[in-house]
Design a protein around this ligand. Structure first.
Ligand SMILES: [Zn+2]
Length: 244
């Protein structure tokens, strides 16, 4: 035992004072008002016909009082255990390592049952909820864009389609801040959807591979504007200049 008789007496006095203090506190505030029913304190005959949100603040306060009461009662229990351990002679010995707890620590927290090293309150959990693995990065679960062996429609593609209908980003926040068109603000807006080569999107045939038709969509106009296409094929189209 590392404590002198004088030190023990002092600590015992401190513990008894703390015990009295807590007991008086609980008596005065009637266990944080928990002994009074909410029905009485709010003047309601019953909560049965009320939506819980109608008494949101009261429920919050009640929850807080329950937590405070539990905390205070827990502290009272610690003090009582410490006083009892003085009788059995195990006071001031760390429950974890069985080493004497330094007097300075006992003076500060006379009811502690652990040395500083083994104080349970030091174990701050650093783990994150497992759900977060699914939330970050966005589409972490379903985006297969970075994988060369995966080309199917994935979560990132789904987002691209939804995003192409607009979001609250300004052009400055777009993937390409130089974008000239609101249709080009979203991620990979230049990616072809539903086809690989641009001309697949505007050339069609019947089911026998005959009757080639051109669908003059945006891809088509871009294709022609880039001078890739044969303008001669467009001879009948009113938008094409006649070469005479
Ligand atoms: Zn210890």
């Amino acid at each position: 035992m590392n404590l002198t008789e004088k030190q023990r007496t002092r600590l015992r006095k401190q513990l008894i004072a703390r015990k009295t203090e807590i007991e008086e506190q609980l008596l005065q505030n009637e266990h944080y008002g928990l002994q009074e029913s909410m029905r009485d304190s709010l003047g309601e005959l019953s909560f049965y016909d009320n939506h819980p949100a109608d008494h949101g603040s009261e429920w919050f306060e009640r929850g807080k009082d329950i937590a405070l009461n539990e905390n205070t009662e827990h502290n009272l229990e610690e003090v009582e255990i410490a006083l009892a351990s003085m009788e059995t002679g195990v006071y001031g010995i760390c429950l974890e390592c069985n080493q004497p707890i330094p007097y300075a620590r006992l003076e500060a927290i006379p009811w502690t049952a652990y040395c500083i090293k083994h104080s349970p309150s030091q174990d701050i959990p650093l783990g994150r909820p497992i759900e977060e693995e699914f939330l970050t990065p966005p589409f972490g679960r379903t985006s297969l864009d970075e994988r060369d062996d995966q080309t199917q429609f994935d979560g990132e593609d789904a987002w691209q389609i939804v995003e192409s209908w607009g979001n609250s980003d300004s052009p400055a926040m777009a993937e390409d801040p130089e974008a000239l068109d609101y249709n080009n603000l979203y991620i990979e807006s230049d990616e072809n959807v539903g086809y690989v080569e641009a001309l697949e999107s505007f050339i069609g045939t019947d089911i026998y591979g005959q009757s080639t038709t051109i669908f003059r969509n945006n891809e088509y106009h871009k294709y022609m504007a880039s001078n890739e296409g044969d303008h001669g094929l467009e001879i009948d189209h009113p938008s094409m200049p006649k070469d005479d």
